[in-house]
Ligand binder design. Structure first.
Ligand SMILES: Nc1ncnc2c1ncn2[C@@H]1O[C@H](COP(=O)(O)OP(=O)(O)OP(=O)(O)O)[C@@H](O)[C@H]1O
Ligand SMILES: [Mg+2]
Length: 233
């Protein structure tokens, strides 16, 4: 089966600092792939490079058989890749609906419209005219996820969507990840929480100091082995 996303020898540098790579990885349509790794391992650099937002990058990124390496972020969004960025990057003084509309405007037409997002996240439906700054952290993360989905991606990249949230809120967010996958959308989940990340993933890659040092299927991999690679022991 051809991969939805096929990355070969991708590297990212910030000035003289080499942050990532070379790494090679694939994501299939309808597959959940987890990227795990400690602070500074290069997870966000990888996500940003895929959507054309990393500092200086080298290597090759192929999406649906097309080389997108040199494309702009806007072109990549229209091709069907959406990033839910680390730290959410919302506009606090815009309303829920205005923030969601940004995803709608940069992306593609498809199954996800405003009604579908409000059905997935009823808490947002009740708050659609509220400024995002008045929302809880969990609700803000729902807006960030909803904005990504409104772009109707074929590939959704989620960078640390659970950071700083209570377990019950995290469970609520993660509830929808398999639902999205079941619509045939490829998903990349970046997490520091190994257990949560592996529980939802079909496959995983572990990053240490910018390189993949372990990959596989959670069902075939021993947790101690994952932990040792995560911490580089
Ligand atoms: N804009 C930047 N300029 C300089 N160095 C950067 C920049 N962004 C990231 N780095 C460095 O690159 C390395 C990888 O960072 P990155 O944010 O990709 O890691 P991460 O795995 O996402 O970490 P975290 O778990 O803390 O989010 C780190 O050493 C970081 O300090
Ligand atoms: Mg990060």
């Amino acid at each position: 089966m051809d991969a939805l996303l096929d990355i070969t020898d991708l590297s990212v540098s910030y000035g003289p600092f080499h942050a990532l790579g070379p790494v090679s990885l694939t994501v299939g349509a309808g597959e959940i792939v987890s990227i795990i790794g400690a602070n500074g391992a290069g997870k966000s650099s990888l996500m940003k490079a895929i959507v054309g937002q990393a500092g200086r990058s080298e290597g090759k990124i192929v999406f649906e058989g097309e080389d997108i390496t040199a494309r702009t972020t806007a072109q990549i969004a229209r091709a069907g890749i959406a990033l839910v960025p680390e730290g959410r990057r919302l506009f606090p003084s815009l309303t829920v609906e205005e923030n969601l509309r940004i995803g709608w405007e940069v992306g593609r037409q498809g199954a996800f419209g405003f009604d579908e997002i409000y059905a997935l996240f009823p808490a947002l439906a009740e708050r659609r005219t509220l400024h995002v700054r008045h929302l809880s952290g969990g609700q803000q993360q729902m807006v960030a996820l909803g904005r990504g989905l409104l772009a109707n991606p074929k590939l959704l990249l989620c960078d640390e969507i659970s950071l700083g949230l209570a377990p019950v809120v995290i469970a609520d967010l993660y509830r929808i990840i398999p639902e999205i996958r079941d619509r045939g959308i490829g998903i990349v989940i970046v997490e520091q929480d190994i257990t949560r990340s592996l529980a939802v993933a079909d496959r995983f890659y572990c990053l240490l100091e910018g390189r993949v040092n372990l990959s596989g299927r959670p069902t075939n991999t021993n947790r101690d082995e994952v932990a040792r690679h995560y911490f580089g022991m």
